[in-house]
Design a protein around this ligand. Structure first.
Ligand code: AMP
Length: 176
């Protein structure tokens, strides 16, 4: 776990003052630390009956597709509005300033699927909760969520666990 945390670079005041940006590009470029990420995730989820992996744009695509391949499961992208070319289902969610919309292909997930949601980091949990609602609209089940980084002060992990969904995080940082 320490190896993973040490491989993540912190950029103070990015993109705005007061945010400590946890930059996973330095983790993604470190094959040893990434092997830990994938082993921990694989071992945690391998016997939980998952049928597909949904990665959140953009950093969730990178770890999500490696995890999907290791578990021999399909990878499904959840993207920002207007990026997916086929019929889509969408979900709006609140940002600190304004709202955002995420989308999934309407035929990407079936109603009997057990989905694992993947992203690099959970902060307030707003993005992940929007993904959960999106998958609910397709009548599939979210079996869990996995994030490399948790920011526990922002309580996103707690929010998701409170609605009965299992959450795995691999390391945590203080602050925002
Ligand atoms: P939230 O919806 O509040 O849980 O925010 C999670 C999303 O915002 C993820 O896609 C993260 O990549 C990004 N994010 C939020 N805070 C940070 C941070 N301090 N460092 C890096 N990424 C962040």
């Amino acid at each position: 776990m320490d190896k993973i945390k040490k491989a993540i670079r912190t950029i103070p005041d990015f993109p705005i003052k007061g945010i400590m940006f946890r930059d996973v590009t330095t983790l993604y470029s470190n094959p040893e630390a990434m092997k830990h990420v994938i082993n921990l995730t694989y071992n945690y989820w391998k016997d939980k009956g998952l049928t597909c992996i949904a990665g959140i744009e953009a950093r969730g695509f990178i770890s999500g597709s490696i995890i999907a391949n290791n578990l021999s499961l399909p990878f499904i992208p959840i993207r920002k509005k207007g990026k997916l070319p086929y019929y889509t289902i969408s979900q709006n969610y609140e940002l600190e300033y304004g709202t955002a919309t995420i989308e999934i292909h309407a035929d990407a997930i079936n109603k009997n699927d057990n989905v694992l949601i993947v992203d690099d980091l959970i902060a307030t949990g707003g993005t992940a909760l929007a993904c959960i609602k999106l998958i609910d609209k397709l009548n599939a089940k979210v079996s869990g969520c996995t994030f490399i980084v948790d920011l526990p002060q922002l309580e996103g992990k707690k929010r998701i666990e409170e609605i009965g969904i299992e959450v795995q995080t691999l390391c945590s940082f203080e602050g925002h």
